[in-house]
Design a protein around this ligand. Structure first.
Ligand code: SF4
Length: 397
């Protein structure tokens, strides 16, 4: 861990691996997309790879593509072979091994699709997979079976059928746009999708899941924010795993979204060697609050094929929550969840603060380990209530 990762200040890492001439285009998101690091040659021209990484890059071409924006690439520490940023985006040989418990669709999304591209697992909300592309690709992506377009499946969203399904399904009040990353769409296309959803009276609000503010903060333009604010109530869930990801550019991009009135939450994935310590998680959640983002979920890494090298024991997630609860602001504490394999949905996992429960009393443990007894409220006995009613009636003028 670099001591600077625990520093609450925000810094820019530009120009980093790029030249000062290239900096003139740095804030142009289209330039960032065109200049993504997406080949072994390009990667090796900027960074010394280990044998394990080199083999991983060669494997990635038919599993989950490698692609890293210059902005995010700059966060990689070239001197640190265990850099928490490179572990998230540079493929490794271990991705080629599937543990027996791993699955290509760990959340059982494909079996809950009434229309291709639309996952309807909970009664009142749907997940709308609108694209299979992202600005950069996370090596632990839950949807790596479709994301990036080189895996075993292809996303074939049926747009019109999906909209018609939503129109004739009044119990759906909440639509989450995800993929892939919906904020990669041009403004006018995203505007049309949101307008169509907004035309359905029973859809009360829309959420967008996006890692663009982290991978490509330049995409959060004033024009995009102006368009998004027409579609309130609109929430955005970002995806940040490590405090180094919260740079000055990211903070400013998140500020523009917050100024457009968009409530922001963060979803992190607990990853071995990336953010599996209380210190790093605490630094992350504190910086998120400074960016006006509420830490929302901390996910146990899904059982996605080829991800065992990044997964941590469940007990580590519980220890992290225990290390935060009571030790920092309540707003800073995410809910630790496991997505039930095969489609069980998010299951909250909490440290056990209730030591014992017997009739009339619960025994509790606080964040310092001190024990407290709380008398469980009992019902007022009927005869006492009647006597109180009689007294009140007698006393009435
Ligand atoms: S940004 Fe999201 S959808 Fe894209 S690769 Fe990362 S986890 Fe998967």
């Amino acid at each position: 861990m670099r001591p600077s990762d625990l520093d609450p200040s925000f810094i820019s890492h530009a120009p980093g691996y790029w030249t000062h001439e290239e900096m003139s285009r740095w804030s142009d998101y289209k330039w960032q997309l065109r200049n993504r690091v997406d080949s072994l040659n390009e990667l090796e021209s900027r960074l010394r790879l280990s044998d394990v990484e080199r083999a991983g890059v060669l494997l990635a071409g038919n599993k989950l593509a490698m692609s890293i924006t210059p902005h995010f690439f700059n966060l990689i520490d070239p001197e640190d072979p265990d850099c928490p940023i490179r572990r998230q985006v540079i493929p490794r040989l271990e991705e080629g091994w599937n543990a027996p418990e791993e699955l290509s669709d760990p959340c059982g999304e494909d079996s809950h699709m009434p229309v291709p591209g639309l996952v309807h697992r909970y009664p009142d909300r749907v997940l709308f997979l609108v694209t299979d592309r992202c600005a950069s690709y996370c090596r632990y992506c839950t949807r790596s079976r479709v994301v990036s377009g080189v895996g075993e499946q292809h996303l074939e969203t049926q747009w019109e059928a999906a909209f018609r399904y939503l129109e004739r399904t009044p119990q759906v009040r909440d639509v989450l746009l995800s993929g892939g990353d919906p904020l990669l769409f041009p403004d006018d296309r995203l505007d049309r999708i949101l307008t169509r959803l907004r035309s359905i009276p029973h859809i009360q609000f829309v959420r967008i899941g996006s890692r663009i503010p982290i991978f490509l903060p330049q995409r959060i333009t004033p024009e995009l924010c102006e368009m998004l604010r027409k579609h309130h109530p609109l929430f955005i869930s970002i995806h940040t795993n490590h405090p180094r990801e919260l740079t000055t550019e990211v903070r400013d991009a998140l500020g523009r979204l917050a100024d457009a009135g968009i409530p922001l939450g963060n979803q992190s994935v607990l990853l071995r060697g990336v953010n599996d310590s209380v210190e790093i998680q605490k630094a992350l959640v504190h910086k998120l609050l400074m960016c006006r983002v509420r830490p929302y979920y901390l996910y146990q890494c899904d059982l996605i094929n080829g991800s065992s090298h990044l997964r941590t024991p469940v007990s580590e997630g519980v220890e992290i929550i225990e290390g935060l609860r009571g030790h920092t602001t309540g707003y800073a504490i995410p809910q630790f969840v496991i997505d039930g394999p095969g489609g069980g949905g998010k299951i909250p996992i909490n440290p056990n603060y209730m030591v014992e429960s017997v009739p009339g009393k619960v025994t509790l443990r606080n964040f310092e380990g001190k024990i407290f007894e709380y008398p469980d409220p009992s019902m007022i006995p009927t005869e006492v209530r009647r006597s109180l009613e009689e007294q009140a009636f007698t006393a009435a003028p």
